[in-house]
Design a protein around this ligand. Sequence first.
Ligand code: ANZ
Ligand code: ZN
Length: 611
Amino acid sequence: MNPKYDPLAVEADAQRHWRATQAYRAVEHATNPSGEPKPKFYVCSMLPYPSGKLHMGHVRNYTLNDVLYRMQRMRGYNVMTPMGWDAFGLPSENAAIEKRVPPAEWTYANIADMKSQMEPLGLAFDWSREVTTCKPDFYVWNQWMFLKMLEAGIAYRKTQIVNWDPVDQTVLANEQVIDGRGWRSEAIVEKREIPGYYLAITKYADELLADLEQLDWPPHVRAMQEAWIGKSVGVNFGFPYSIDGEQKLLRVFTTRADTIMGVTFVAIAAEHPLALRLARDEPTLAAFVEECKRGTTSEIDVATMEKKGVPTGFFVTHPLSGEKVPVWIGNYVLMGYGEGAVMGVPGHDERDFEFAKKYGLPIRQVISDTLVCTQERRAEFPRSEYPDMYFDEAKWKSWYERKENITVVNSGKYDGRGHVAAVDAIATDLKTLGVGDKQVQWRLRDWGISRQRYWGTPIPIIHCAECGVVPVPEKDLPVVLPEHLVPDGTGNPLAKDEPFLKCTCPRCGKPARRETDTMDTFVDSSWYYMRYCSPDNTHAMVDERNDYWMPMDQYIGGIEHAVLHLLYARFWTKVMRDMGLVKFGEPFKRLFTQGMLTAECYYREDDAGGR
Ligand code: ANZ
Ligand code: ZN
């Protein structure tokens, strides 16, 4: 026996044996030697993006998966570990632009490379279940589900605001906008409204939130999902105003109705109908609205950027005090949240405070756990002796967003109440006046799945001059993506490819045009792990084998997927359940987030000094 371990010889031998005996092939309903069914165990790593070469991060993650596989197998479980490729997406399109090759070519070459590196690692993958998301036998089911979702009213079409690069004539993803400019052209990015498809994930918001409790997931991941779903209980009410001879309400959503007497302005989004109406008569407003159109559509950027605004010169009426309240257009107000307008309470909201300080708007304190000195009582409480009762930015800040142990002050009949009691009383009064009511507001938005890009699942829609938007009939699926096109960075190559574009309308038979938008790649990752259970089924998306293996017993992946991928997958599963395709509502029983390699590990120098 050779006393030295020679991995190449020993492992290659073992692997040959494993291959010959199909040692890692998972079979449903396997039994133990005494004929009893083994309990199943499905352990899976998030499928890799075929970016090129395998790196140590991959090796480490798949090793974790492998160790669990082997342990559970030895403990008598019927274990499955599949592997696949998250093969669509923007990076391959960018690489294709740079290398001037079709993304398909680049992607398939990378898959072959990475697989050849993965195989000698001897990981216990059942390669017979390999899934590649850019192949029609996979994405046909994305298209099929999309049609089913259209029928069920889960998928729908509406206009969306996108980042538009006026030089490259293309839509940019948020991460392609750098300091307000397109990453390739460096042109100032504009916001544009174009039609797109959405999936109504908000219909499932309640359930997505409630079911988090039953998951054996890291608490911080559940907390991140909870924050993302963002259930807010508050009050929706309006400030009366009249314009063009009409009586209207300027509606706002607030979680802090208890601060309503502290309102000193109302800020509206640049896209708000009232802003657009006022901008019609006022060039400075129109200019500001234009300015806000530039910049990104990302919510994070909006939250952190410098607060800017303009006074419209227009006033609305405070519904409880009757006071005139000035309306401002503010860049920190999101059109997509609540009513696209906020009641400005600079005394107790940090953003409003920043805004009011910048523009010299009055700041009013209406919440306190100490006495406040009002204008009238200044003589009674001189500042020198009662500094606590005077405005102090640092102390003020400690009150922002505080709801516990507070008392409403300077608010007339509401004085002396705590947060909950004040919100209740104010909501009741607003309701009596017919201008408002309590409301539950979700942060979660419907999922926009249209991408104005080439390398993704074609959205199965046909545009007909006579019939409008027509879904591709199920029997005509898949709509196959041509694999030979080379993107050049100026728009979607599908839009220039006549053979793809030209089709006949399934309704009237006249010449029509195919939709050129493709699906977000999060669609693929929302259910690929179910396809592993029945990868060879050509007439159904999933079958009874899915009910055997799923829900997954252990999912392993990166914390960067704590929100989007894992939330979309949970949503997608619930939709499949409601369509009778699966019997469970949660796909991943346990989740392990593996962390990331951030430093060099061990290495050995070879004779030539290389690593
Ligand atoms: C007045 C107020 C006073 C607020 C206060 C907070 C603190 P969550 O909890 O995330 O739901 N808001 C409402 N619509 C907005 C929009 N379209 N763009 C930007 N901000 C918006 O946040 C609800 C709070 O976010 C609301 O409550 C509103 O500010 C702001 F001391 O109203 B609040
Ligand atoms: Zn037609």
